[in-house]
Design a protein around this ligand. Structure first.
Ligand SMILES: Cc1cc2nc3c(=O)[nH]c(=O)nc-3n(C[C@H](O)[C@H](O)[C@H](O)COP(=O)(O)OP(=O)(O)OC[C@H]3O[C@@H](n4cnc5c(N)ncnc54)[C@H](O)[C@@H]3O)c2cc1C
Length: 403
């Protein structure tokens, strides 16, 4: 199913409280990084209206660490990883957006060494630029990493970081330059349909007609979809801490993660250390604390001295938590499901990787709405890959490229 003929104007449909003016050909619900990326893709040849209940990039996007670890996250689909990282490299310098390519070190504990070495051999055969570094090589390359507790490190080169808010607002500016309209403080309360296709959305301020609706509402996706269909997406909570060493980390400090420890790390622009992760399913997302937990701080306090060589003390200077949407296999749903009304597209459940996935998501949404050929495989994102659509599934924690 595709989103139908976007150029065609349906017979006017009288809706209670319907707004006047040109009907948008696409309504995007949700102004996070995914909605903004889709708006940018569609704006050049569609009348795009994006509706955001709060402010642009105020949900999970505002809280993201900005890690781009598509290469280690999509080793089974390198073309998906390449698509995203190529985009960031080319987009670098657009407005104030910057992408900083930085290699990553997956620190391997001795119990995981055999698996990691076998994985590196397999990935190298598949053409992925990855290497297993012995502890002495880790030390030579990154003197501020202490490898003595580790069997070595898996090095990935095509990773990096960016500022998520700047990415989202730059995508927004691009979309607006092509005529897209962004309205904030507008909550969509219902997706309207006539039994066959979507006809628009209802909002607290009245209905808006459109033949195509993208639901990009992050972890809130089922709030809006439930009368029409259910998707296996549930909210989870994840956190970040920023630590300040007495002497700043060097520019060469890598990004990284430690499988089994539920954390990832990277250097902040000012030489601080950002540590993120510690993710758990969250059944009450609206009441969840936005601060980092003490348990996470304790975990980080025990873990960081195991891998960081830093003289003196490390002080916690910032910390926060946020909610994102999780799926059973940790990959998002980007689809116009066959059993949904025509014209309805879903892009949600980014499971901690929505910022880095935004270029892929934006383009795939466009392809779903226009029928254009997708530039990357879509199977990993289809709703039909799941046998059950229940949001009551076991949450899998991931940390950047690892588990
Ligand atoms: C602490 C933390 C660290 C993270 N680190 C990274 C990272 O390093 N790299 C990475 O790639 N990802 C990271 N993520 C994940 C990333 O932030 C998300 O996957 C991504 O932001 C999802 O984008 P989104 O647009 O789907 O959702 P959101 O940013 O949550 O946007 C959804 C928007 O929809 C709006 N909305 C919801 N319902 C309605 C409605 N009914 N009407 C109108 N508007 C509505 C919301 O207000 C919200 O603004 C992190 C997340 C957290 C919390």
């Amino acid at each position: 199913m595709t989103g139908g003929d976007l150029g065609k104007t349906n017979e006017p449909l009288e809706l209670p409280g319907s707004r006047s003016g040109d009907d948008p050909s696409v309504v995007i619900v949700g102004g996070g990084v995914i909605g903004c990326a889709a708006a940018r893709e569609l704006a050049p040849d569609h009348r795009v209206l994006l509706l955001e209940r709060d402010q642009i990039a105020s949900g999970a996007t505002a809280r993201a660490a900005g890690e781009v670890t598509m290469e280690p996250s999509y080793t089974d689909y390198p073309e998906i990883a390449d698509y995203a990282t190529d985009f960031f490299r080319r987009y670098d310098g657009t407005g104030t957006f910057e992408y900083t390519q930085t290699p990553s070190a997956e620190l391997v504990t001795p119990d995981r060494e055999d698996e990691a070495r076998a994985r590196v051999d397999r990935l190298r055969k598949d053409g992925v630029e990855v290497a297993f570094l012995e502890p002495s090589e880790v030390e030579d390359r990154w003197p501020q990493i202490d490898p003595s507790s580790f069997a070595g490190a898996v090095r990935f080169t095509d990773t990096g970081h960016l500022d998520p808010y700047t990415l989202a607002t730059t995508l927004q500016s691009d979309a607006e330059a092509h005529g897209a309209r962004f309205e904030t403080g507008v909550t969509v309360t219902e997706i309207l349909e006539d039994g066959e296709r979507v006809t628009g959305v209802d909002t607290e301020d009245g209905a808006i007609r459109s033949d195509n609706v993208l639901v990009a509402t992050g972890w809130r996706v089922n709030e809006l979809l439930t009368p029409i269909l259910e998707v296996p997406i549930r909210p989870y909570r994840t956190q970040c801490l920023v630590l300040r060493p007495d002497s700043s980390l060097s520019d060469a400090f890598p990004m990284g993660w430690i499988p089994g420890e539920h954390v990832y790390f990277r250097r902040e622009g000012n030489g601080d250390l950002l540590v993120g992760g510690w993710s758990f399913a969250e059944d009450d997302p609206t009441a969840a604390s936005e601060r980092a937990d003490e348990a996470f701080q304790d975990h980080v306090a025990g873990l960081v001295p195991r891998f960081l060589r830093a003289d003196g003390r490390l002080r916690v200077v910032d910390g926060w938590a946020g909610i994102d949407g999780a799926t059973p296999d940790t990959r998002p749903i980007i689809d116009s499901p066959a059993d949904a009304p025509d014209g309805l597209v879903i892009a949600a459940g980014f499971h901690g990787r929505g910022v880095m996935s935004a270029p892929v998501a934006g383009r795939l949404v466009r392809c779903l709405m226009t029928g254009e050929d997708p530039p990357v495989p879509t199977r990993p994102f289809s709703l039909s890959r799941f046998d059950s659509r229940s949001p009551d599934f076991e949450f899998l924690s991931i940390s950047a490229g690892g588990d």
